[in-house]
Design a protein around this ligand. Structure first.
Ligand code: MN
Length: 438
């Protein structure tokens, strides 16, 4: 498991002055990876590291900086735009590059003159998906979400008996995962309103967001070779925000008996920056189960997981309607929650996924499931916040919402902060809903 070191020193400052602003998402302690191209250009996608309001272009940094031979080798795939190849490297390699980039960006570094020309303003970049996502699985680790939604779908039997034993998930589609800022179209589908006798085909009237984190897999495993809990952390590369857009009128009609399908795969938005597990080291916390709940089976248990398997990450959902945009009103925060409420840890998700020998590959994405907190105002979806659309949520400009309307922009945000550590953030995960095709 990654531990803290000099790269987490809250006093460390960068020669990139915007990185030193106290509330910024990308101080020198963060150093997340993303893929970008210059706005309006059709040049090849490049890999970069966010620093303040800038991006360190790793192609230019590899050419112009002074690096040890070992670091040059690590930079090579990144300079070629291939983040997956770097994700395949063991944790020791990830740490070596983090240390080299930290040193190069640190105030007073001899590399400043060479690397100034390798910076690009984030405002001048178009962010892309950070890597090739070959496979995507969505878990269901938010127990408060599972209980609340379970009550709406099955009032007599909200939490199914397997929930506290097995990390529930389903295989999603990677083809419809899009980077923040990509608009999505309201889907059409087979719907059956609760009052109706027979289904109809039409535009969904109940579009919702889901507040999730996405875990990017590092090295992964060969087919047939499970990953033990004590090795799981080596395979966790980093996290992004994930909005698992959901059509709540398609979902209840289609989900039995094989699980989510077309209610989920019309689009999933991720934030462009992958915050590494190394950067998140100061925000680890213990994994706990409420008294009386079953302990995880031995293959999902480890001492390290009990001590430090969870993460304290603040999560938020913001909304800006079309009317707000026209009136020049800033987005409003609907809810806040925290990833520490998750019923299963990242290591347990990964170990369980590989426990049957299923192979995970570098760049695969594992969604955490909707992260609702224990309180009603910590709901990670509108389905929960509006009690299935019964109780509208009032916005400050006089509008209200039960579900997402055409033209609405949903923005997920996250940050981690703790006494003795520098606050780090994830950047925005934003998506706007377009009207359905006629
Ligand atoms: Mn989901």
């Amino acid at each position: 498991m990654s531990t803290t070191d000099h790269t987490h020193d809250p006093a460390a400052q960068s020669w990139v002055s915007s990185a030193n602003e106290a509330t910024g998402d990308f101080p020198i302690q963060n150093l997340p990876f993303g893929a970008f191209r210059r706005a309006g250009s059709d040049e090849d996608v490049r890999i970069g590291v966010a620093i303040g309001d800038q991006i360190l272009d790793l192609k230019l940094a590899a050419e112009r900086g002074r690096w040890s031979t070992a670091v040059q080798v690590l930079l090579q795939p990144l300079a070629q735009g291939d983040l997956n190849a770097f994700m395949a490297q063991p944790p020791v390699a990830r740490l070596a590059l983090r240390h080299a980039l930290f040193e190069a960006l640190l105030a007073g570094s001899k590399q400043e003159a060479a690397l100034r020309g390798a910076l690009l303003q984030q405002a001048d970049a178009e962010m892309q998906l950070p890597c090739r996502i070959n496979d995507y699985t969505d878990f269901y680790t938010g127990i408060h979400h599972a209980v609340t939604v379970g009550k709406l779908f099955r009032p007599d039997n909200p939490l199914l008996p397997n929930y506290k034993w097995v990390p529930i998930g389903y295989h999603g589609r990677s083809s419809s995962i899009v980077s923040s800022g990509t608009p999505l179209r309201r889907p059409r589908g087979q719907l059956k309103p609760p009052s109706a006798e027979t289904p109809v085909f039409g535009a969904s009237q109940r579009i919702d967001y889901e507040l999730e984190l996405g875990l990017f897999v590092g090295p992964g495993n060969a087919l047939g070779e499970p990953i033990a809990m004590q090795d799981a952390e080596d395979h966790l590369f980093g996290l992004c925000l994930l909005n698992d857009w959901s059509a709540r009128d398609i979902q209840p009609w289609e989900y039995q008996p094989l699980g989510p399908f077309l209610a989920k795969n019309f689009g999933s938005t991720i934030s462009p920056w992958i915050v590494t597990m190394e950067a998140l080291a100061p925000f680890r916390c213990g994994f706990e189960r409420p008294a009386g709940d079953p302990a995880p089976l031995p293959y999902l248990d480890s001492e390290a997981n009990r001590q430090q398997g969870s993460l304290d990450i603040e999560l938020e959902v913001w909304l800006q309607t079309a009317a707000m945009r026209e009136q020049d009103l800033a987005p409003v925060r609907l809810v806040r929650s925290n990833f520490r409420h998750a019923y299963w840890t990242l290591a347990q998700m990964l170990t369980h996924h590989a426990s049957n020998g299923c192979n995970l590959n570098p760049g695969d994405l594992l969604g955490t499931g909707t992260q609702s907190g224990p309180l009603p105002e910590e709901a990670g979806s509108l389905l929960e916040l509006t009690q299935g659309g019964k109780q509208a949520f009032n916005l400050p400009n006089g509008e209200s919402r039960t579900f997402i309307q055409d033209g609405d922009t949903v923005i997920l945000r996250a940050h981690a902060e703790r006494a003795g550590a520098r606050r780090i953030g994830f950047g925005d995960c934003a998506g706007r809903l377009l009207p359905a095709l006629a």
